[in-house]
Design a binder for this molecule. Structure first.
Ligand code: SAH
Length: 350
């Protein structure tokens, strides 16, 4: 059986499912899930992420976190955590870039939050001294320095279309043996009361339910014990319309076309992050600006001196891809979480 057949059988038995249930099955179904069963990254995979484009991404995040660790008085025992580490490339680059910071590696415990057994196995090849978790809830109660790149966009969203002062949920059903979108009955949604102010009839809003408890768990640790979170993803302030997207082989495909065999993501609502955190949050900053502030151009020039002409062209393109406003520079945003009474980490502003 394929995931499509499994889902069709399920919908025929229990009725239409939410977009969130569909995303969860497509990404993490133990036998057919997209992340659960494969390594999708890189030029031979379905899509590329910033740490897979250049080592500079993880290095600069490492420098920002290390500076924050020093600014907060070098806590002698702390968590260095990453959620959704993919191949482990970002963490490997971050660890290499910080290994000469006096005392830092002796004080840290590396914790990785990863749901996919296939990707955990990949991460184990690169990061030897780590503790793996299914969720952020089991991270220790101690100073927490946390990164997540393109993690929140993989968390399941629900979609609602406004009708008067009620909302109809977008659901996935079956029609003539094919998966198809439909709408549930109009119902009031108390959680969407504030969206009645900025939407009109027929408009869609998206809600990522796992986001708030996750941010609360990370932000709570930072508030209680110190630390910093750097959260990088594509999206913007406030959810706007339908952003659910499927990507396969570096191309956008129909969301319902091939469940389990395409990456499914939605834009991240940075407002929801800021509303959910119990600690302070920085301004939401464009990735290009963030990386320039951390000195990516200087780092790129230093690396370029060591390169052959053939590598150099790729290297210049990689720098451009991460920072240029028409590439990832503007679409991707960064927000930092940090404790009361401290400065935000380098790269972002209060
Ligand atoms: N940060 C990496 C990978 C991003 S892809 C990079 O930048 O290259 C998303 C990652 O999050 C994958 O490792 C995926 O397996 C993991 N993931 C997705 N949903 C998850 C969940 N609910 N819990 C834990 N990990 C999850």
């Amino acid at each position: 059986m394929s995931l499509r057949e499994t889902l069709i059988n399920r919908i025929r038995t229990i009725g239409p499912i939410s977009v969130a249930d569909y995303m969860t099955e497509c990404l993490l179904h133990p036998a057919y899930g997209y992340y659960a069963t494969r390594d999708p990254f890189g030029t031979t995979g379905d899509f590329t992420t910033a740490p897979e484009i250049t080592q500079m991404f993880g290095e600069l995040l490492g420098i920002s976190l290390a500076q924050a660790w020093m600014d907060q008085g070098v806590p002698t025992r702390f968590t260095l955590a990453e959620a959704g580490p993919g191949r482990g490339t970002l963490m490997a680059d971050l660890l290499r870039a910080t290994r000469n910071v006096p005392g830092l590696h002796d004080a840290m415990e590396v914790h990785l939050i990863e749901a996919s057994p296939t990707l955990r196995a990949k991460q184990e090849e690169l990061i030897t001294r780590a503790i793996w978790h299914d969720t952020v809830d089991t991270l220790p109660e101690q100073p927490t320095f946390f990164v997540a790149n393109e993690f929140l966009d993989a968390l399941p969203i629900r979609q609602f279309i406004r009708e008067g002062s009620a909302w109809r949920e977008r659901l996935i059903g079956v029609d003539h043996d094919a998966l198809t979108f439909g709408l549930g009955a109009a119902q009031p949604q108390p959680a969407l009361a504030h969206r009645l102010e900025d939407t009109e009839d027929g408009m869609m809003v998206e809600v990522c339910e796992p986001l708030a408890p996750m941010i609360d768990a990370v932000g709570g640790r930072i508030k209680r014990h110190g630390g910093v979170a750097l959260i990088i993803d594509y999206g913007d302030w406030h959810s706007q319309g339908d952003t659910l997207q499927a990507v396969k082989d570096h191309k956008e495909v129909d969301v319902l076309e091939d469940p389990g065999n395409a990456d499914l993501t939605a834009h991240v609502d940075f407002e929801a992050i800021c509303l959910a955190t119990p600690c302070k949050f920085s301004r939401v900053t464009a990735q290009g600006v963030f990386l320039e502030r951390l000195g990516i151009t200087r780092r790129a020039q230093d690396l370029a001196k060591l390169m052959e002409p053939a590598q150099l062209e790729q290297h210049i393109l990689a720098h451009r891809r991460l920072t240029h406003p028409e590439e990832m520079g503007n679409l991707f945003k960064v927000v930092a979480l940090y404790p009361e009474g401290e400065n935000p980490p380098p790269g972002v502003e209060a």
